[in-house]
Design a protein around this ligand. Structure first.
Ligand code: ADP
Length: 322
């Protein structure tokens, strides 16, 4: 018998359309790793709720994101594709984690600190975000979590939380939770947006993965470049995702200062890259019932595993009384 595959889990927030930062930083890896690992991929709708409080939009973005995952090549026969809220056990586990985590520890989270630094009045959900994510990961016994650089700290929080639970509830010699490892690809750690900052749905600086040709052109032409004459760094960084760097080095050297021309080339490369995925997405979008069925089946599978894990957790913490 071949050894059991290691478990992979990751998720994307349905707060907007996925962008090329999400794709190259994380989503594409899910597809590339779907044969090697037993994979669980979730659309984290409860995480989205921390910033998106509009029922129609949340439902819509969630559904569209499932289509996106299928269109980029996630195979539901290999991957359990589900939405987070279909596994309510994660919110139960997050509460248990709340009770073993201190406020100063969570105050170290970069995302929380950034929000405070920007003067936002942070809701409790945003503060608690890392523990809900820890619950997502740990409840499925994930070994690896493919993410972009911005999520590295959150995976470390999940590891710390697993260790803390195992220690507090004396689960040695057979620990309840595994310690997950992030998988972060060096080349695509942080993909810049059209303003040069990290591309993020929250910053309004994205090129959506499934943008129309017209949108791709408009957004690409709007990439911020320095006013000097040289190699436009932000254009080059994005172009690297679509063409080998060696080829680009030559091209950019031969077009020094010709920003518009280089941007047009980038727009063309993005358009050509996305065209076949768009065809697949359109075909899939014709059968909403089939897409929803995939989500339902995935949710049931993920929930069954979570329920098993929670039986052990409840016993360990003393809420199961026989
Ligand atoms: P966003 O910041 O756009 O809302 P999410 O929080 O939904 O993104 O992140 C989904 C996945 O995409 C995570 O693994 C995250 O690390 C990755 N990711 C997001 N933005 C980028 C980026 N600009 N470069 C690389 N990876 C990214």
């Amino acid at each position: 018998m071949s050894p059991a595959k290691k478990i992979l889990l990751s998720g994307v927030k349905p707060t907007g359309r996925p962008h090329i930062g999400n794709y190259f930083g994380a989503m594409r890896q899910f597809v590339e790793l779907q044969d090697k690992y037993e994979a669980y991929v979730c659309v984290v709708d409860y995480h989205a709720l921390t910033t998106l409080q509009d029922a129609k939009e949340l439902a819509n973005f969630t559904y569209e994101m499932v289509l996106d995952f299928l269109a980029i090549g996630l195979d539901p026969a290999k991957v359990t594709l589900f939405k987070q809220s279909d596994v309510p056990e994660v919110t139960e586990l997050a509460w248990i984690f709340n009770c073993i985590t201190t406020v100063p520890y969570l105050e170290r989270a970069h995302a929380y600190k950034d929000a405070v630094a920007k003067g936002r009045e942070v809701n409790v959900g945003t503060f608690d975000y890392p523990l809900l994510m820890a619950a997502d990961i740990l409840i499925q016994d994930a070994d690896v979590v493919p993410v972009g650089q911005d999520q590295k700290q959150h995976v470390e929080f999940a590891r710390d939380t697993a260790e803390k639970f195992n220690r507090v509830f004396a689960s040695v010699p057979s620990p309840v939770f595994k310690l997950p490892e992030p998988i972060i690809l060096d080349a695509v750690k942080t993909i810049p947006g059209i303003d040069g900052e990290k591309m993020s749905k929250s910053y309004g600086n994205v090129i959506p993965l499934f943008a129309t040709d017209a949108e791709i052109r408009r957004l690409t032409m709007g990439i911020v470049t320095d006013s000097g004459v040289g190699i436009p760094k932000n254009v080059f960084e994005l172009h690297k995702l679509f063409k080998p760097e060696e080829e680009l080095n030559k091209l950019y050297q031969s077009k020094v200062g010709k920003y518009q021309e280089l941007k047009e080339m980038l727009a063309k490369d993005i358009t050509e890259f996305i065209a076949p995925l768009r065809v697949r997405r359109e075909a899939l979008s014709k059968d909403r019932a089939a897409v929803l069925e995939i989500l339902k089946t995935g949710g049931e599978r993920a929930r069954a595993r979570a329920a098993e894990k929670m039986k052990i957790v409840r016993e360990k913490i003393g809420v199961s009384i026989n």
